[in-house]
Design a protein around this ligand. Structure first.
Ligand SMILES: [Fe+2]
Length: 532
């Protein structure tokens, strides 16, 4: 199906096709290569995010259900198989396929004439009808139907180590979706609580929420599950390669929040409760079945961010006195970047928003260039920020987080941050991300940030809207930025997407693999690379 040609777009920077309804590419297609794929880029790029936003209603001819918030778009998964130059393909080869991942959910919506099932991120229904989008139905018996799981994708579940592994997608609900590694077809749904655990029958991992972003180290994966109620609590756990979860700590809090990612070092897990509090100790979420209506929108400048520092060695499992709490002025964040121990201090980098208003700004209507009323301004974007938690072991109970660095220019905003994964849990120098200069209704260019000097480099072209940039290291490289970035870009003028490979040192384009006319990879959230 050809996408409708846009008529008017904010600032003549068309991006509406990135928020449109996609069709599957079930049979892999070969993409048109311009430039040359570096010899070491040999493997697969997986991407996940929304692929459609409407459901035509069978019983209401001419009417459709329309998704309100970007985060609620229906799942679509993409796979690019990348081969380096060979005699048959002197510039290299890229094969592409995609698969929708929420067919059952959409059928359920149609069956209920547009107003079915359970919880979501930002559903707005004047009748407070239950509905499933970003989140999914969560029943006490762990059964899941119609799940829309589309935020992060890991081809090496559990963990990120090589060996026997599965392709698994996660979201901020306690739901995981296993895909077929080749066809991307959904095969199995499960929860953290359904796995083997060392917590016996306590069922600590049966709560409704988790983090879409796990942390990883040495073959283990780490995450949390949040439970609401009179005494809300976060259960921090690890998962080993035998698919057994191990409880590290249980933290009771007065105000549970929307926490999309967290930090880890070699010694500690740091759960940072920035300001995005669920009202009524989380019971608002259980009532509203969506995040936006459940978060306290009033920004309180006097309510501190709390940084819970939990030893990874398990010593806090039955002794919460081992957990230290640091405080800082309030902020909001989706994405932590990296953290590491430095002596007795912890250094933590994140993409920091001044407040949580961005949650209400990411509606489909506000981001699409043909419906938006203005640009996404640099002030709307998050700034790179570094915090330090000093003298952790010597801190008795409470400490003060120290603001150490922050990109000073709003134009240097950086979201969907990535870095050379070899630097995980250690000091890093470069961060890559998407950025807005205020020329488009959505993020419009890529930025490379040197966190030591706060100097930036950009990759931009009028009408191009890039996605998260994933780093692939040059195996013969010497420097942290010796490698390439893989990013999927919408060419808004040509109305098609392309995989672009950039030199991570210079941010110069090396190669692009272009999809056929009107073939779009929707604006999504995250991806991962699996090199051979
Ligand atoms: Fe994310």
């Amino acid at each position: 199906m050809a996408h409708a040609k846009p008529t008017t777009h904010v600032n003549n920077w068309p991006n509406a096709a990135g928020f449109g309804d996609l069709e599957d590419t079930a049979t892999p297609i070969s993409l048109n290569i311009t430039g040359k794929i570096p010899a070491y880029v040999n493997g697969s790029l997986f991407r996940t995010g929304p692929g459609s936003y409407t459901v035509p209603l069978t019983n209401k001819p001419g009417q459709s259900y329309k998704v309100y918030h970007w985060f609620d778009g229906f799942a679509q998964f993409h796979k690019f198989d990348i081969s380096p130059p060979s005699p048959d393909y002197p510039n290299g080869r890229v094969m592409y396929r995609s698969r929708s991942g929420a067919d059952a959910l959409k059928a359920d919506i149609d069956k209920h004439d547009g107003s079915p099932v359970s919880a979501s991120f930002g559903y707005r229904d004047p009748c407070k009808t239950k509905f499933a989008k970003f989140f999914t139905r969560y029943d006490r018996n762990d059964s899941v139907t119609g799940a829309n799981v589309s935020v992060t994708i890991n081809p090496r579940f559990p963990s990120t180590m090589s060996g026997e592994s599965e392709l698994v997608v996660k979201t901020d609900a306690n739901q995981l979706l296993k895909l077929n590694g080749e066809t991307l077809e959904p095969e199995d749904r499960f929860t953290w609580g359904s796995l083997k655990s060392d917590d016996g029958k306590k069922r600590l991992l049966d709560g409704p929420l988790s983090a879409a972003h796990s942390c990883f180290d040495s073959g283990e994966e780490f995450n949390y599950v949040c439970n609401f109620g009179p005494s809300p609590y976060y259960t921090i756990f690890s998962l080993d390669r035998t698919r057994t979860t191990k409880i590290i700590a249980v933290i009771h809090v007065s105000q549970p929040g929307y926490i999309h990612s967290f930090f880890m070092t070699k010694k500690y897990i740091v759960l940072c409760l920035w300001q995005a509090n669920y009202k009524y100790r989380g019971l608002a979420f259980l009532w509203n079945h969506n995040v936006l209506d459940s978060i306290d929108r009033t920004w309180n400048p006097n309510t501190n961010t709390q940084w819970y520092v939990i030893p990874r060695d398990g010593s806090a499992r039955h002794d919460n006195s081992k957990i230290k709490v640091f405080n800082s002025p309030p902020f909001f964040c989706f994405h932590t970047i990296n953290a590491y121990d430095e002596g007795d201090d912890i250094v933590l980098d994140l993409s920091q928003f001044k407040d949580h208003e961005i949650l209400w700004k990411f509606t489909v209507e506000a981001l699409r260039s043909d419906t938006a009323t203005g640009v996404l301004t640099p002030d709307d974007g998050p700034r790179y920020t570094r915090w330090r938690l000093p003298n952790v072991s010597k801190t008795k109970d409470h400490g003060v987080a120290v603001l150490e660095a922050q990109s000073s220019q709003a134009a240097d905003n950086i979201e969907l941050p990535t870095y050379n994964p070899a630097k995980s849990l250690t000091k890093h120098k470069y961060v890559y991300g998407i950025n807005t200069a205020g020329n488009s209704s959505f993020f419009e260019r890529l930025v490379k940030l040197d966190v030591d000097t706060l100097e930036t480099k950009f990759w931009t072209e009028k009408g191009y809207s890039p996605s998260e940039a994933l780093f692939v290291a040059d195996p013969n490289g010497k420097q942290e930025d010796d490698g390439v970035l893989l990013t999927v870009v919408l060419d808004g003028f040509e109305n098609r997407s392309m995989l672009v490979i950039l030199d991570a040192r210079t941010m110069a384009e090396l190669c692009r693999a272009t999809l056929p006319a009107d073939k779009i990879v929707g604006f999504g959230f995250h991806g991962s690379v699996l090199m051979k």
